[in-house]
Ligand binder design. Structure first.
Ligand code: IPM
Ligand code: MN
Length: 355
């Protein structure tokens, strides 16, 4: 029996989470594995009740579970709060408290969605399978910051900080994963400008000595964001910092047709993993049943694979999603087809899994 702490969060979060839980239920029966799922308040909804986005009770539940499944957080209702009181601050606190420094964001194109990608078909003939390995608990998101009064107005600053250990451990993750893929790591930095990037590059080069079979190259962030659109087939694993990974993963997601398709797993090498769709809380479509639940359902597949070693169940889910898309079913974000709402998409995943 595995314990899963579920954090639906805000906006479309609860809607997509409910669909993923339906899918988990089928997997439980089909593979005869028990899951104990319990929902806790997190994000804006937790601020409303407890005045903090990451209440103690939620933190304890997360730390004592085998995995955490998260929807999304944030919305206009909480936008006027100070930075450290916002729902997003809770997300950073959650990642930090779980110690999940390795964020895996696979941008994989399901072949039936080739027409939904903004890229020309000829660029996609070999498919698209890029894994962004994003450092998640360091860098400018967590470095010294502040806002100070000046004579004229204010000055505000955030600091990018990385030490050898932080770079080393994320680099190891990237190289280990590359072993099981196309054996290529592209490390992305801004080493022509930033000291932190120069250290990043040096440490990644050192780690790469231990992986003679893995091809390593380095790209500057500006060039990489251009190359991703020019020819994404050159990439296998992209290894990068917290902020660059945040930006590149949104860009990569769009190449797969919609950010509504992109799952993520955040790991620290041992037990508790955090699984969440890459998309946000999308307050503009919350309650309209338009949200695409597939990114959350695919995040669940990553949980089954990485936290519970249920590789077949994970494959089963991905295959069902592919077949559904092949049969022409779409949520609104994916363009033309037999359009389904959030619940209908969840139901059809359940149906295909049972067949
Ligand atoms: C993401 C999000 C978060 C991030 C925000 C909501 C704090 O954009 O998971 O990509 O920047 O990490
Ligand atoms: Mn982001």
């Amino acid at each position: 029996m595995y314990r899963i702490t579920v954090l639906p969060g805000d906006g479309i979060g609860p809607e997509v989470i409910d669909e993923a839980l339906k899918v988990l239920n089928v997997i439980s029966n089909k593979y005869n594995v028990k899951f104990d799922t319990k929902k806790y308040l997190f994000g804006g909804i937790a601020i409303d009740k407890y005045n903090t986005p990451y209440p103690k009770e939620t933190e304890e539940a997360c730390l004592n579970s085998d995995a955490v499944l998260l929807g999304a957080v944030g919305g206009p209702k909480w936008d006027m709060l100070d930075g450290d009181k916002r729902p997003e601050a809770g997300l950073l606190a959650l990642r930090k408290s779980l110690g999940v420094y390795a964020n895996l964001r696979p941008a994989t194109l399901f072949s039936p969605l080739r027409g939904s990608s903004p890229l020309k078909d000829e660029l996609l003939k070999d498919g698209l399978d890029v894994l962004v390995v994003r450092e998640l608990t360091g860098g400018i998101y967590f470095g010294p910051r502040g806002t100070e009064k000046t004579e004229y107005g204010y000055k505000a600053y955030d600091t990018e900080v990385y030490d050898t250990k932080e770079i080393e451990r994320i680099a190891y993750i990237a190289f280990e994963i590359a072993k099981k893929r196309k054996k290529k790591v592209t490390s992305v930095d801004k080493a022509n400008i930033l000291d932190s990037s120069r250290l990043w590059r040096k440490v990644v080069n050192n780690v790469s000595q231990k992986y003679p079979d893995i091809e390593l190259n380095h790209l500057y962030i500006d060039n990489c964001s251009m190359q991703l659109i020019k020819d994404p087939s050159q990439f296998d694993v992209i290894l990068t910092s917290n902020m660059f990974g945040d930006i590149l993963s949104d860009e990569a997601s769009q190449l797969t047709g919609s950010i509504g398709m992109l799952p993520s797993a955040s790991l620290r090498g041992d037990k508790v993993g955090l699984y969440e769709p890459v998309h946000g809380s999308a307050p503009d479509i919350a309650g309209t049943k338009k949200a695409n639940p597939l990114a959350t359902i695919l995040s669940l597949a990553m949980m089954l694979e990485y936290s519970f070693d249920m590789v077949d169940a994970a494959k089963d889910i991905r295959q069902a999603v592919n077949n559904i898309l092949e049969d022409g079913y779409r949520t609104a974000d994916l363009g033309k087809g037999k359009i389904l709402n959030t619940q209908e998409m969840g139901d059809i995943v359940v149906k295909y899994l049972k067949e």
